[in-house]
Design a protein. Structure first.
Length: 179
């Protein structure tokens, strides 16, 4: 079951540590950021969600030290995932094995990150336009399903003033402000 809390914003400590400030958020509060959480006991339940939302493609990523040529490649990949970014499409991830942190920006306190710790069975749907980042936990391993629609226009756009001005970002911000 996912655990959701405000990140302590302490950059001096390895980003794979928990960084729990002590303030927990409910799933309703998470939903106010446009992030949907579902627990799926089986992959058949994931298939249902994929069908409803018309996701026809998927792949599996297995992220741990051993899946990379060397430590440098591993660290570079982690650094890339941890860069604050958005997508023009939803990001749907289902944790199969291991654990990971999805950090999403809080709408009311934009300097804060809301950290979602996922474990097997947890499915997260991040809305288009939300700034977020990902990292492993100190367990250093996640195996996850990534869902895509037919033609995945799925690209990470790093945070910048240009990204702030994109229609997808503006739409997200205006939707969030209506809650
Ligand atoms: C992303 O967009 O940050 C990712 O897809 C992270 C890897 S999925 C566990
Ligand atoms: Ni992403």
């Amino acid at each position: 079951m996912v655990k959701v809390y405000v990140h302590d914003n302490k950059s001096s400590i390895d980003y794979r540590e928990s960084h729990n400030s002590g303030t927990e958020l409910s799933l309703d509060e998470l939903a106010k950021l446009g992030v949907i959480y579902k627990y799926c006991a089986t992959e058949a339940e994931v298939d249902e969600i994929a069908k409803e939302r018309q996701y026809r493609n998927r792949d599996v990523v297995d992220i741990h030290q051993g899946s990379f040529k060397n430590e440098t490649d591993f660290n570079e990949k982690l650094a890339m995932f941890y860069k604050e970014h958005l997508h023009e499409d939803e990001e749907i991830r289902y944790c199969l094995e291991g654990t990971g942190y999805f950090d999403v920006r809080d709408a009311s306190t934009p300097e804060n990150w809301v950290r979602c710790r996922v474990e097997p069975g947890d499915l997260l749907i991040l809305p288009p336009g939300i700034y977020h980042r990902f990292t492993l936990t100190s367990g250093n391993h996640i195996k996850a399903l990534r869902l895509f629609k037919d033609e995945p226009k799925w690209q990470a756009i790093n945070r910048s003033t240009q990204a702030d001005a994109l229609p997808v970002r503006k739409d997200y911000v205006s939707r969030i402000n209506q809650y």
